[in-house]
Design a protein around this ligand. Structure first.
Ligand SMILES: [Fe+2]
Ligand SMILES: [Fe+2]
Length: 211
């Protein structure tokens, strides 16, 4: 047990240098623009270690796909923040633009369901398998986008638009879209869901694979 944790903690410590500070400063300075009660509680929660020994900043974004190393989740979330705005500016110029605080909250928190669900992979010798070796174990399986919304709602009032963007950010990867008529209903209620999904897709499946 101690051997495996030693190696894992060494990696965590490596990340907890300049990169960690820069990521945390960036996320917190953006979230502080969300002028809503409870935003400071979210900032505290993001910095709180979960049962797997990692907080939001340290979490990977996946086991072996995009952002599969320590710090992968915050990197991915910040990238979605940038890409979503790029897409809106390029393709939605003359359409209603979401509030800045909606862009910030939705992009940075769309994957907070991933906090606390990736555990260091331990090999048969009982040792940590090394960089980017994680296994998925969600002790509170409440879905993906829907779980991110539920976590946020514990701390802050979330608008309908934010709920829609976060809940449906997996786009066609989400089986709910296969339910008859659901895709049309989602797009009709919130056309930006498609662009939010595109931002997540670009950041994870197109750019993120090299992480
Ligand atoms: Fe996601
Ligand atoms: Fe994502």
């Amino acid at each position: 047990m101690s051997q495996k944790l030693n190696e894992f903690e060494k990696e965590l410590l490596e990340y907890r240098g300049e990169q960690y500070k820069a990521d945390k400063n960036m996320v917190e300075s953006l979230l502080q623009k969300v002028n809503r009660p409870g935003i400071h509680v979210i900032c505290e929660w993001l910095d709180m270690k979960q049962k797997n020994g990692m907080n939001f900043y340290e979490s990977p974004a996946s086991t072996k796909y995009h952002g599969a190393g320590i710090g992968g989740l915050v990197k991915h979330s910040l990238r979605v923040y940038d890409v979503f705005q790029d897409l809106l500016k390029k393709y939605r110029q003359n359409q209603p633009y979401p509030k800045e605080e909606t862009i910030i909250l939705s992009t940075l928190c769309h994957d907070i369901c991933k906090v606390g669900v990736y555990y260091p992979q331990i090999n048969k010798s009982g040792e940590y398998d090394g960089r980017g070796a994680f296994k998925f174990n969600d002790l509170l399986p409440l879905g993906h986008g829907e779980k991110s919304v539920m976590i946020l709602q514990q701390f802050i009032q979330v608008t309908d638009q934010e709920m829609m963007l976060i809940r449906y950010h997996m786009g066609p990867y989400d089986p709910i879209l296969k339910t008859w008529g659901m895709e049309d209903k989602i797009n009709e209620k919130e056309p930006l869901c498609f662009w939010f999904y595109m931002a997540d897709h670009i950041a994870s499946k197109i750019e993120g694979l090299e992480d």
